[in-house]
Design a protein around this ligand. Structure first.
Ligand code: CP
Length: 305
C-alpha cells in the first residue's frame, strides 16, 4: 500500500484495508515516538478557523519527527485579507512547503486546495463536511479501548447535522458492521445523505432523541458539541444549547464497559464528574492525535510504507 503524495480529504476516498494500514502505522509511531523521519521536511499548517487539538497535534507530530512547521492560526494575518483567493494562497504554500494541512469553514475547500497543489494536502476540517484525521484517531481510540472495531453498538449524540466528526466517522465505521443509534433532536439529526449511504450498505441504524431509551445497548457513546458557529440564526442555536448534558446520573443506565468519547472541545455536554470514571476516554482520544498524525505525515511524505 502506497500513500506517498496522497491527499487526505475525505474518508470516502479510503478503503477498509487502507484505514487499517494507517492505524497499524500509528501503532508503530506510538511505539517509536522519537525519530528524525521527517528531518528537512516542512509542514504548512493553514488554519482559517479556530483549533486547539488538530493544529497543535499536527505541529507537535511534525516537530517530534524532526520536521519544521510554517503557517497561521487565523487568516486575518494573511493576504486573504487583501482579497487573495484560496487557490492563489495554496499555490504559494505549495512553493514553500512539502505538505499542507488546511482547516477552512467552506465545505469542499480542502478538495479545492488539493487541486491547486501538487504537494499532499490534508483536510483538518472543511465546514460541516469532513474531518478525516479526527476519524482516524477516533478509530485508533476505539480499537485501543474496545480491542476491536467490529460489531459495536455506537451511539452518536448531539449535533449530528453540523458535526463533521460524526459524518466522517459514520462512513469509516460502516466498514466494521456497526449498529448505530443517532441521538439528536429531529432538526439536528444525521443528514439524509449519510442515512442513505448506510441503507445502501445494509447497516442497521436507529434515530432517537432520548438517550435513556438506548443507553443500555451502547458500547461507545460519541458525544458532540452543538456547533454554534454553523447556525445561520442565533435564536435557533439557543433552542438546542445544553440539550444533552451527560453526568453521573447516566451511570446506572449504561453497560459497565461503555466508553464515552468526544472530539472536544466540550461546552456543557459532559460534566467534569464523569472525567475520572473508567468510561471517559475523551482526553486519551485527543492524545491519540499525535501517533495518528505522525503516521499520516510520514505516509504522505513517503517516509514510511
Ligand atoms: N477535535 C477537534 O477538531 O478539535 P480542535 O477544533 O480543537 O482542533
Amino acid at each position: 500500500m502506497n500513500f506517498k503524495n496522497r491527499d487526505i480529504i475525505s474518508i470516502h476516498d479510503f478503503s477498509k484495508d487502507e484505514l487499517l494500514s494507517i492505524l497499524k502505522t500509528a501503532r508503530y509511531m506510538e511505539k517509536n515516538p522519537n525519530t528524525n523521519l521527517l528531518k528537512g521536511k516542512i509542514l504548512a499548517a493553514l488554519f482559517f478557523e479556530p483549533s486547539t487539538r488538530t493544529r497543535l497535534s499536527f505541529i507537535s507530530a511534525m516537530e517530534q519527527l524532526g520536521g519544521e512547521v510554517i503557517g497561521f492560526a487565523t487568516s486575518n494575518i494573511t493576504s486573504i485579507k487583501k482579497g487573495e483567493t484560496l487557490w492563489d494562497t495554496i499555490k504559494m504554500v505549495e512553493a514553500y512547503s512539502d505538505v499542507a494541512v488546511i482547516r477552512h469553514p467552506m465545505e469542499g475547500s480542502a478538495r479545492l486546495a488539493a487541486e491547486a497543489s501538487s504537494k499532499p494536502v490534508i483536510n483538518a476540517g472543511d465546514g460541516a463536511n469532513q474531518h478525516p484525521t479526527q476519524t482516524l484517531l477516533d478509530l485508533y481510540t476505539i480499537q485501543k479501548v474496545k480491542g476491536k472495531l467490529d460489531n459495536l453498538h455506537i451511539g452518536m449524540l448531539g449535533d449530528l447535522k453540523y458535526g463533521r466528526t460524526v459524518h466522517s466517522l459514520v462512513t469509516a465505521l460502516s466498514h466494521f458492521k456497526p449498529t448505530f443509534y443517532f441521538i439528536a433532536p429531529q432538526a439536528l439529526q444525521m443528514p439524509q445523505t449519510y442515512l442513505d449511504e448506510l441503507k445502501e450498505k445494509k447497516i442497521k441504524f436507529y434515530l432517537e432523541s432520548n438517550l435513556m431509551k438506548v443507553s443500555k445497548k451502547l458500547d461507545i457513546l460519541y458525544a458532540t458539541r452543538i456547533q454554534e458557529e454553523r447556525f445561520a440564526d442565533p435564536i435557533e442555536y439557543e433552542k438546542y444549547r445544553g440539550i444533552y448534558k451527560l453526568d453521573t446520573s447516566l451511570l446506572p443506565n449504561i453497560k459497565k464497559d461503555l466508553k464515552i468519547m468526544h472530539p472536544l472541545p466540550r461546552v456543557d455536554e459532559i460534566d467534569k464528574s464523569l472525567d475520572e470514571t473508567e468510561h471517559a476516554v475523551y482526553f486519551e482520544q485527543a492524545a491519540n492525535g499525535i501517533p495518528v498524525r505522525k503516521a499520516l505525515l510520514a505516509l504522505v511524505l513517503g517516509k514510511i510504507k
